[in-house]
Write a protein that binds this ligand. Structure first.
Ligand SMILES: *[C@@H]1O[C@H](CO)[C@@H](O)[C@H](O)[C@H]1NC(C)=O
Ligand SMILES: *[C@@H]1O[C@H](CO)[C@@H](O)[C@H](O)[C@H]1NC(C)=O
Ligand SMILES: *[C@@H]1O[C@H](CO)[C@@H](O)[C@H](O)[C@H]1NC(C)=O
Ligand SMILES: *[C@@H]1O[C@H](CO)[C@@H](O)[C@H](O)[C@H]1NC(C)=O
Length: 204
């Protein structure tokens, strides 16, 4: 880790919450290209934040892109009503991480503050510390790679195309017919999350 990135991190320690440390770290992370730097940064923030992306969790890790899939596409500060029950049933079997691509830190704060109030976090179905933000589409993929989920869900064809090779299974939620994904044996294409095969998983 470079001196510069250390300073960047320490600047935020103190006044801010654990969640914003992670959010800001990952925001910054999404703009880096060098994989080693990225690895280093994530590892260090783990120690500071007590979120261990590699812990032995009994549930299967899933990373879901928030916009257009969970958040309302016309108002991303809302969680779509019809996704609540999907999230409830997924949470039985899956350890759910949400990654949200935002334009800037203002949008990040708006979305964070709005969804943080939502019942679904109070009931423990979702964990606000597992909601992560980034500024680019590849950023979503990089975050997913570092969380090392079993499944990555995104509505962006190019992101699935680029990152499905690093993750055992990927689900593309889209109304279009993505030819580039057709040949990929680990990619499932559905037009809504609740129609995907993971909704049928029963683990005892
Ligand atoms: C992070 O934690 C691990 C295990 O607790 C430790 O070995 C490592 O030195 C820590 N890294 C830093 C940068 O503090
Ligand atoms: C998304 O938000 C719009 C405007 O607030 C609302 O009319 C619509 O019902 C919402 N969609 C869903 C699926 O909840
Ligand atoms: C996909 O990979 C290409 C080539 O490396 C890159 O130009 C593009 O930005 C990537 N897109 C996403 C969404 O990851
Ligand atoms: C899919 O696989 C077939 C057979 O291996 C190949 O002929 C075809 O070009 C591939 N299509 C794409 C879009 O990669």
């Amino acid at each position: 880790m470079t001196e510069k990135s250390k300073n960047f991190l320490y600047k935020f320690i103190g006044g801010v919450t654990v969640a914003s440390i992670i959010a800001i770290s990952l925001w910054w992370l999404s703009s880096i290209d060098d994989e080693d730097d990225v690895n280093d940064f994530i590892q260090t923030s783990n120690n500071e934040t007590e979120i261990d992306f590699n812990d032995k969790h009994s549930k299967i890790k899933i990373v879901i892109s928030g916009k257009n899939i969970i958040l309302n596409s016309s108002n991303p500060k809302e969680i779509d009503d019809n996704q609540i029950s999907t999230l409830f049933s997924l949470s039985d079997n899956f350890d759910i991480y949400i990654v949200i691509q935002v334009k800037d830190e203002n949008e990040q704060k708006e979305i964070f503050d709005a969804i943080n109030q939502h019942e679904i976090f109070k009931t423990g179905v979702l964990n606000i510390n597992k909601v992560l933000f980034c500024s680019t589409a590849p950023g979503k993929g990089h975050i997913a790679r570092h969380i090392e989920p079993y499944i990555f869900v995104d509505d962006d064809i190019e992101t699935i195309d680029n990152f499905s090779k690093f993750i055992p299974r990927a689900i593309c939620v889209t109304d279009s017919n993505p030819i580039s994904l057709k040949n990929k044996s680990n990619v499932e294409i559905v037009n809504s999350l609740e129609k995907s095969s993971i909704m049928k998983v029963k683990i005892n």
